[in-house]
Design a protein around this ligand. Structure first.
Ligand code: HEC
Ligand code: HEC
Length: 454
């Protein structure tokens, strides 16, 4: 097949099948007989790689690592207790198991915490798509009073005062003279979020040709999903979403004004009550959690009941939605069995990106008589040392390039001159205080030195 994985995803299931079978693009957009195996295997094939990152935020391992650290660190919130990961919990499919997210003050927010899997392909973020791109999205929850309540400028200033954050921002944005910035913070989070690709499951083994990977019931469920059920009109492609917006007729709540979703964002009333199609991957991680933008549907079985019998007729209802979907108890069981194959085994470890980074040592510990520092990869490691008065600081050049270590404080001036690879500098420090050493050639290398008073 000449189409690349990414192209295929953009085209969605209908178009991909049209390509495969030479039929019209609408062949599966309207409920009908299930397509054959080979067409399905094309339509649901996993992409070969990530889509291209935005030009002004190319991917790099250091940036992704920084984003991962930011995401898991409660230091991003005003209270110091809420991390992005407090709501988007990796072990719960990056959601929180609650019908509605819980804000910093404990009160429920307006919508449910959505998953973060497979957002690299999403053109618009949030249930109503009001943010264009992950970079733009990341500012919102940090500043939102009810989420993390932290003005970004104050946060950036605070992070800039910490040597370990300066080190990580410097490594992530090596060409930026002032790397700890608002823009870089959101760029790092976005770069990391792009790497969150849901893990392979049994369904992928089937897609790749292993007929035995699905049970007969699961296989029938796939037929229902792509055929009579009409689900794949919107839940298309390997991530089971077209990243588009639809009103699926969730029942109105008596006495409450409906959440209008996409309509007000684009100023089109016909798009009122439309929300983003969520990925159906990993929905069962951490249990059968509440579903939908408002968390109003408690289980997957209840989701299927909704599509079969609970859809509320109204002018904004998506025309793609199957009307009068007749599902027997056996059909429902098959459909649920199939949906469960889209979640990886609960025993399988999460991908590394979805796990918190090792804790960064917060302090240099008690003062030492001798502190040894490395410069490998143009970084002082550790980035902070604490010495007793009269203790010795030993800085080895175990890097591949020359360095020039200096301290330029009024009370302490030190200069190593050229330090070739292999050379070690030893200084006895008699003056108590806090100093910063840096490299005259690579000035973003910073070493915090504390010399304890007697
Ligand atoms: C208090 C809980 C909470 C915290 C903390 C939180 N989020 Fe969210 N997040 C939500 C909710 C709720 C939504 C959906 C809001 C909406 O759609 O209107 C959301 C939406 C998102 C989305 C859009 C997902 C999609 O499918 O479009 C991304 C990305 C995201 N959050 C990332 C983050 C990052 C990064 C942080 C930390 C800087 C963070 N969130 C902190 C609750 C939270
Ligand atoms: C018209 C497009 C469309 C069709 C057809 C459709 N869905 Fe959905 N689906 C959506 C949208 C949009 C949402 C989110 C709606 C919301 O939150 O208001 C959704 C939500 C879901 C969810 C909840 C996921 C979550 O994380 O909250 C599941 C599960 C689901 N659909 C399964 C199915 C199944 C099974 C079928 C076929 C019987 C189906 N869908 C048909 C668009 C569609």
């Amino acid at each position: 097949m000449a189409l690349s994985g990414t192209r295929l995803l953009d085209l969605g299931l209908g178009a991909a099948l049209a390509f495969a079978a030479g039929a019209t693009a609408l062949a599966v957009a309207t409920p009908g007989p299930a397509p054959d195996d080979s067409a399905l295997r094309v339509a649901f094939r996993r992409p070969d790689g990530l889509p291209e990152a935005p030009q002004d935020n190319p991917a790099s391992p250091a940036k992704e690592e920084l984003g991962r650290r930011l995401f898991f660190d409660p230091a991003l919130s005003a209270s110091g207790t809420t991390a992005c990961a407090s709501c988007h919990q990796p072990a719960r499919g990056f959601s929180d198991g609650r019908p509605l997210a819980r804000g910093a003050d404990g009160r429920p927010l307006r919508r449910r915490t959505p998953t973060l899997w497979n957002l690299a392909w999403a053109p618009f973020l949030f249930w109503d798509g009001r943010a264009e791109g992950l970079e733009a999205q990341a500012e919102a929850p940090i500043e939102a009073h009810e989420e993390m309540g932290q003005p970004l400028d104050a946060l950036v200033e605070r992070l800039g005062r910490d040597a370990s954050w300066r080190r990580d921002f410097g490594a992530a944005f090596p060409d930026d003279p002032a790397p700890v910035s608002r823009r870089n913070l959101t760029r790092a989070i976005a770069a990391w979020e792009r790497t969150l690709v849901s893990p392979r499951t049994r369904f992928d083994a089937w897609v790749e040709g292993d007929d035995g990977a699905l049970t007969a019931s699961e296989r029938r469920g796939l037929d229902l999903f792509t055929g009579r059920g009409g689900c794949a009109a919107c839940h298309s492609g390997w991530a089971f979403t077209d990243y588009a917006f639809y009103d699926i007729g969730l029942p109105s709540r008596p006495g409450a004004a409906p959440d209008l979703g996409r309509g007000p964002v684009i100023g089109i009333a016909r798009a009122d009550r439309a929300f983003k199609t969520p990925t159906l991957r990993e929905t069962l991680r951490g249990g059968d959690a509440p579903y939908m933008h408002d968390g109003s549907v408690p289980t997957l079985a209840a989701v299927v009941d909704h599509y079969a019998a609970g859809v509320e007729e109204r002018p904004t209802l998506a025309p793609e939605l199957p009307r009068r979907l007749d599902l027997s108890p056996a059909d429902r069981a098959d459909l649920l069995a199939f949906l469960a194959t889209l979640t990886s085994s609960p025993d399988a470890p999460l991908p590394r990106a979805a796990t918190p980074p090792p804790a960064t040592p917060p302090s240099a510990g008690p003062p030492q008589r001798l502190a040894r520092v490395s410069q490998r990869g143009r970084q002082f490691a550790p980035g902070r040392v604490s010495l007793t008065r009269g203790g010795v600081l030993e800085i080895a050049n175990d890097d591949t390039t020359i360095h020039n270590i200096r301290v330029d404080a009024p009370e302490l001036r030190l200069n190593s001159g050229v330090q070739d690879p292999g050379q070690t500098v030893r200084w006895r420090l008699d003056r108590p205080g806090r100093f910063v050493a840096f490299c005259g050639i690579h000035p973003r290398m910073r070493l915090e030195i504390e010399v304890a008073a007697p």
